[in-house]
Design a protein around this ligand. Structure first.
Ligand SMILES: [Cu+2]
Length: 116
């Protein structure tokens, strides 16, 4: 009969290799955080915002009445924000992509959220 045996040294090397592998995988979680967009002078500021997938964007609607309408053709876009004033409305971006939006009250008032 033949029995399969692993020398202790081989086991020790395998264990060390496995430990090194699991260590190097853990710290690469994406940074999910919260961002702010403001409405100074009937513009969205910042005009373009890059965020990590799963992040939250707070739309700080001040000054005049504004809405935030996302392109209907873009799948994964968050729900539109109806016309409001003096409120902060949060939207979470859980899908990667480029989401442009506009305020239909003020022609040319546009912005975009790029989700990586
Ligand atoms: Cu507006």
């Amino acid at each position: 009969m033949h029995t399969l045996r692993c020398p202790p040294l081989v086991l020790a090397i395998l264990c060390a290799a496995l430990a090194a592998c699991s260590k190097s995988e853990s710290p690469t979680a994406p940074v999910v955080t919260t961002f702010d967009v403001y409405t100074p002078g009937n513009t969205f500021s910042p005009f373009s915002l890059r965020v990590t997938r799963g992040s939250t964007v707070r739309f700080n609607i001040y000054g005049e009445n504004h809405n935030v309408i996302f392109g209907r053709s873009t799948s994964g876009a968050p729900t539109d924000i109806n016309v409001v004033k003096y409120v902060v409305v949060s939207r979470q971006f859980s899908a990667a992509g480029s989401f442009s939006y506009s305020c239909t009250v003020h022609p040319g008032m546009t912005g975009e959220i790029v989700v990586m």
